[in-house]
Design a protein. Structure first.
Length: 279
C-alpha cells in the first residue's frame, strides 16, 4: 500500500506519521545506518559542528561561553541533542548549555531517554524530554506525563538555537512550524534544519539515488524491520518535500534572515542544511 497523502487532511496525515514512527521507534537507529550507509552520522556531525553550540561569538569579553537554550524539535531518539551536548560541554567547555528535546511521538522519545542514560550525569541533568507538536509549541507536556494534566507553553523569545533534523518533512503544516520557531527564538537566535533534499543538479546520480530509495529502502524496511509500509512512506515523504530554493523561500517568508544562498547541500543534495536568523 502507498500512502496517498495528497488527498488526506492534516489530521489524518498527523495520525499516519504517528503510526509510522511508533512502529519504527525500536528499529529506527539501526535502519538509519543501513539505509544511508552510515552517511546520516556524517551529516549530523557536520550539522552540529557548523552550529558550534556552546560558543557565542557575540558575547563580549574574552570568554564567549554564554548560557544557551537549545530546542531540538522532532528530536526522536536523541542523535542531534546528544551531539549538541557533547560539543557544548566537552569541546567548547560550556556547561551552561541546556537542551530541550521534543517530539510528537513518545515512543521515539522513550528510546532517546533510554539512550541518554549512558551520557555523563552533568549532561543528563540539563536534558529535558518534552512531547510537543512542532506546529503548536504552546501546548507541550513532559514525556509520559498525565494526558489530562495542564499543558506547558514554550515562551516567546526563550530559545537561542532551534534545530530540526529529518523531521520537518513529516509536518502537516510547515509554515505553522516555522512561525512557531520564529516565536520561540530570541532575536539573534538561529533556526537550523537538516533534511533530505533534491539531487536534481546531478541527473545521473539522481537516477541512481531514486532507484536506491524507491527500490531498496522499502525492501530493507520489510526484511530488517518487518515493516514495508513505514519505509515506503519515508521515501515518498522525501520525494514530496520542497526543493532547497523553495524551502529557503518558506524560511524567508516566516521572517528569518538567511545568509548567501540560504542553504548548504550535503552529498550532492541528498541532504541539505538550511539556516535562518531571527532579526
Ligand atoms: N531528529 C532525529 C534524528 O535526526 O535522528 C529524529 C528524526 S525522525 C526521522 C522524525 C521525527 O519527527 C519522528 O521522531 C517523529 O515522531 C517526529 N515528528 C513528526 N511529526 C512531528 C510533529 N508534527 N511535531 C514534532 N515531531 C514530529
Amino acid at each position: 500500500t502507498h500512502f496517498g497523502f495528497e488527498t488526506v487532511t492534516e489530521a489524518e496525515k498527523r495520525e499516519r506519521v504517528a503510526g509510522v514512527f511508533t512502529s519504527v521507534a525500536e528499529s529506527y537507529d539501526r535502519m538509519n545506518d543501513l539505509m544511508s550507509f552510515g552517511w546520516h552520522r556524517i551529516w549530523k556531525d557536520h550539522f552540529v559542528a557548523s552550529l558550534n553550540p556552546g560558543f557565542s561569538p557575540l558575547t563580549s569579553g574574552p570568554d564567549p561561553r554564554a548560557p544557551q537554550h537549545i530546542l531540538d524539535i522532532a528530536g526522536g531518539t536523541g542523535d542531534i541533542a546528544f551531539r549538541m551536548l557533547h560539543t557544548a560541554h566537552n569541546i567548547n567547555r560550556n556547561p551552561d548549555v541546556r537542551v530541550t528535546i521534543s517530539d510528537i511521538n513518545p515512543a521515539m522519545l522513550s528510546v532517546g531517554k533510554q539512550r541518554s542514560q549512558s551520557l555523563p550525569a552533568t549532561q543528563q541533568a540539563v536534558l529535558n524530554f518534552v512531547e510537543a507538536n512542532a506546529e503548536d509549541l504552546t501546548k507541550t507536556r513532559p514525556l509520559h506525563s498525565d494526558p489530562s494534566a495542564a499543558t506547558i507553553s514554550i515562551p516567546d523569545q526563550s530559545v537561542d538555537l532551534y534545530t530540526v533534523a529529518f523531521g520537518i518533512r513529516n509536518f502537516s503544516n510547515i509554515p505553522a512550524a516555522l512561525r512557531e520557531a520564529y516565536r520561540v527564538l530570541k532575536p539573534g537566535g538561529v533556526f537550523a534544519c537538516l533534511e533530505f533534499s533534491k539531487v536534481d543538479k546531478h541527473p545521473l546520480f539522481n537516477a541512481v539515488y531514486k532507484r536506491w530509495s524507491f527500490g531498496a529502502i522499502p525492501l530493507i524496511g520489510q526484511l530488517v524491520a518487518g515493516d514495508r509500509d513505514s519505509y515506503q512512506y519515508l521515501v515518498e515523504s522525501i520525494e514530496r518535500f520542497p526543493s532547497q530554493e523553495e524551502f529557503r523561500d518558506m524560511i524567508v517568508d516566516a521572517g528569518f534572515v538567511v545568509g548567501g544562498q540560504g542553504y548548504e547541500d550535503l552529498t550532492g543534495g541528498v541532504a541539505a542544511i538550511h539556516k535562518g536568523m531571527k532579526p
